[in-house]
Ligand binder design. Structure first.
Ligand SMILES: [Zn+2]
Length: 212
């Protein structure tokens, strides 16, 4: 679910649609939450779908830490990448405004945190544009992203949070621990999908079942 002060607008035929702020969204505001209405496609279900469906899924989804492809039920699925983005995913699962976002400004994201499985060209037009989104971006940049997010997340308590009610209670608790003590920060590495770990877990489950 995306922040309520947003709307869908056509950008151009290259970019397609984008999501724009309709009011000031201050730095530290939660802009997106993976709520209970999102469509979640498991790795197994993705594999058995035909290419026509996979194309749609690839276009609109991000991949969570379990390898599930998440498609938002609202306009969140239209948020575009920008190397100079104004929102970013956090280790807490939600996305946060990394600076003040002004009315009429496009909401943009860092796709490097989305566990992408294929590379794509980037053309955000900024001087610091990476030109290409790489599968290795997560590992290359996560330390920089954490450094930046740590300061911003601390501000999250000082601004209005209209979609905080959709953040699960456990995560709210973890967030409060960090914002009140400055300790136990949850790194963006929690978002990293590690397929080999999923296999290990599946193996453990099978072994466990065998014992019963
Ligand atoms: Zn770029």
């Amino acid at each position: 679910m995306i922040h309520p002060d947003t709307e869908l607008r056509w950008v151009n035929s290259t970019v397609g649609y984008g999501v724009f702020a309709t009011n000031l969204i201050p730095e530290g505001t939660i802009v997106y939450v993976k709520d209970q209405l999102e469509v979640s496609i498991s790795p197994d279900n993705y594999l058995i779908l035909d290419n026509n469906y996979r194309e749609i899924i690839d276009k609109y989804s991000f991949i969570d830490d379990k390898g599930n492809r998440i498609i938002s039920w609202d306009i969140a699925k239209y948020v575009n990448h920008c190397c100079n983005c104004n929102t970013m995913s956090t280790g807490y699962g939600f996305e946060i405004a990394t600076r003040d976002i002004f009315p009429g400004e496009q909401i943009t994201d860092e796709y490097g945190l989305f566990n992408v499985e294929y590379e794509m060209d980037l053309s955000c037009g900024y001087e610091n544009c990476r030109k290409r989104l790489r599968i290795t971006d997560f590992d290359t940049y996560y330390k920089d992203w954490d450094k930046k997010l740590k300061k911003i997340i601390l501000k999250s308590e000082t601004v209005a949070q209209p979609i905080m009610k959709f953040v699960d209670k456990e995560t709210q608790k973890e967030l409060r621990t960090f914002t009140s003590t400055g300790k136990q920060y949850k790194s963006v590495t929690h978002l990293r999908y590690k397929p080999e770990m999923a296999l290990v877990n599946a193996g453990m489950k099978m072994n466990g079942n065998g014992k019963h």
